[in-house]
Design a protein around this ligand. Structure first.
Ligand code: TYD
Ligand code: MG
Length: 476
């Protein structure tokens, strides 16, 4: 096939050049030229895409609806994150740090889907033998005999290839229902001179696969690597190109892994799935709240909150440690909660309750390595900090839910009933909520409404937080 002469397009002004320049000859911007192929994009209308032929407007009800056929992935956690299964003809990007378990997740998923559908697994990073070895180690994937056609995964085909054209050819001839590309950064289009993994390559390969996915109605799962800065490698356009972006995260030292949807055209975003990595692959964790609660004796400075991840409420334990500082400026460190949020809550406690926290180091951690971004955790953080400062235990079985205003007032948060139900399911019988929360509490739960942080602390610690000795630390 003759090589196509690529062009270079400036991402700033859109002008084209036939050779690469570090600086755009047209607008003068630096490092904005990107290689691309001049081939006219196919004008075949793509499923789910605006048509390329001019269209008049129509009444909304007259537009033919798209039938959203979903394929179950065989994992209820993955199905939940996808919004109820994989939609045919959609392109899903699964990103994550190297070694977090993306290939394991997708190989397991490919195997399970192959029981009911035809699946192509393209390995662009590992050899066929390596993938075969992993496959035979995974739970539920072990073949019965060495005879290849007697394996349980009748519909699972493997292609170890990095050339985009050969992968597209294989998609054409096999016509699978689902394809997994591991990874998009390792695939390359030989018509472009830039190296595999470069912005131009990633974009071109993803665009070609997307076109094929839409035309042939194949659901394609792309593996994407995350850069050191935590961004999905490749251009931002990759995120616009796909229908869903899932992020696979986890603490390398812990066995559980979190799968989160950052974008989903077919379901809710920020939906969370929880898995556990074992020696035979990933297993689903259907009761994740248990994972984020410690089972031992309660200690001072520990508070339970309910964080909502997507539509899923999770009971999570927060731990605070407040100790006298030996530094001129005290140390503040938060794991799983933004440092700024901790600073703000400490400032509110100092101002509203007169606690001399600026003389104390303060550490905060969310158990289980979960990232909590919701303001609903504020009250829990404040209670944990004061409990540690005064060396008090929070009344057992108490949940702390609410946002903390700068004036020390508590603000209601969304999904309160779901949060309380999840707490009740796990044996919590008391909940501290902001005044004004409109709820019908579960029958076995006592709900205490507090309007200010002081009232919340009195209820949670059964003690006046400021105390009579408000300038004297508890141990001093
Ligand atoms: P992998 O799926 O190769 O990660 P990625 O594709 O995201 O780079 O997972 C690699 C890690 O997972 C590796 O450190 C070993 C571990 N692992 C297990 O603990 N158990 C298993 O059954 C498998 C297959 C991998
Ligand atoms: Mg991998």
């Amino acid at each position: 096939m003759p090589r196509v002469q690529p062009v270079y397009r400036c991402q700033s002004c859109g002008s084209q050049a036939h050779q690469f320049f570090g600086r755009c000859p047209s607008c003068g911007a630096w490092n904005t030229l990107l290689e691309e192929l001049p081939t006219a994009r196919s004008l075949t209308p793509q499923r789910g895409q605006p048509s390329s032929t001019p269209q008049r407007s129509r009444p909304m009800a007259a537009v033919e609806p798209m039938d959203e056929v979903r394929i179950s992935t065989g994992s209820s956690e993955l199905d939940r994150v996808l919004g109820g299964g994989l939609v045919r003809g959609s392109l899903v990007l699964v990103g994550g740090d190297p070694g977090i378990g993306k290939s394991t997740l997708l190989l397991q998923t490919a195997h399970h889907m192959a029981q009911r559908a035809r699946v192509l697994y393209v390995s662009a990073e590992e050899s066929a033998q390596q993938v075969r070895l992993r496959w035979s180690r995974l739970r539920g994937c072990r073949p019965q005999t060495r005879d290849h056609d007697s394996t349980s995964a009748m519909g699972l085909n493997l292609q170890a290839e990095t050339d985009l054209h050969l992968v597209l050819q294989e998609l054409e001839s096999l016509a699978p229902d689902v394809a997994v590309i591991d990874s998009i950064q390792a695939l390359h289009n030989p018509d472009l001179s830039s190296a595999a993994g470069s912005v131009a390559q990633v974009r071109e390969c993803a665009a070609a696969l997307r076109q094929r996915a839409k035309i042939m109605d194949i659901a394609i799962l792309l593996v994407g690597h995350v850069t050191k800065e935590g961004m999905l490698a490749g251009p931002k356009t990759l995120e616009h190109l796909v229908d869903a972006v899932l992020s696979f995260e986890g603490d390398r030292f812990a066995s559980h892994r979190l799968l989160r949807s950052l974008k989903n055209r077919f379901g809710a975003t920020f939906e969370l799935g929880v898995f556990e990595m074992g020696d035979r692959g990933l297993t689903e964790v259907t009761n994740p709240s248990q994972l984020f609660l410690s089972q031992g004796e309660p200690t001072s400075g520990t508070a339970a909150i309910v964080a909502c991840e997507g539509t899923r409420p999770l009971v999570v334990e927060l731990q605070a440690l407040v100790s006298p500082s030996s530094y001129a400026s005290p140390r503040r460190s938060a794991t799983g909660i933004a440092n700024n949020r901790l600073h703000q809550i400490l400032a509110v406690l100092e101002k509203q309750l007169g606690l001399p926290l600026s003389r104390f180091d303060c550490y905060l951690a969310v158990a289980g390595g979960l990232e909590v971004t919701e303001p609903a955790a504020d009250v829990g953080v404040a209670v944990a900090v004061v409990a540690s400062y005064r060396d008090l235990l929070i009344s057992p079985g108490t949940l702390c839910i609410g946002e903390l205003g700068l004036g020390g007032q508590l603000r209601p948060v969304a999904r309160m009933e779901q949060r309380l139900q999840e707490g009740q399911r796990l044996g919590f019988h008391r909940a501290l909520v902001p005044t004004g929360s409109e709820i019908t509490p579960p029958a076995t739960m006592t709900v205490i409404a507090a309007g200010t942080i002081r009232q919340a602390l009195v209820a949670a610690l059964q003690n006046d937080p400021a105390g009579t000795d408000k300038d004297t630390p508890h141990q001093a």
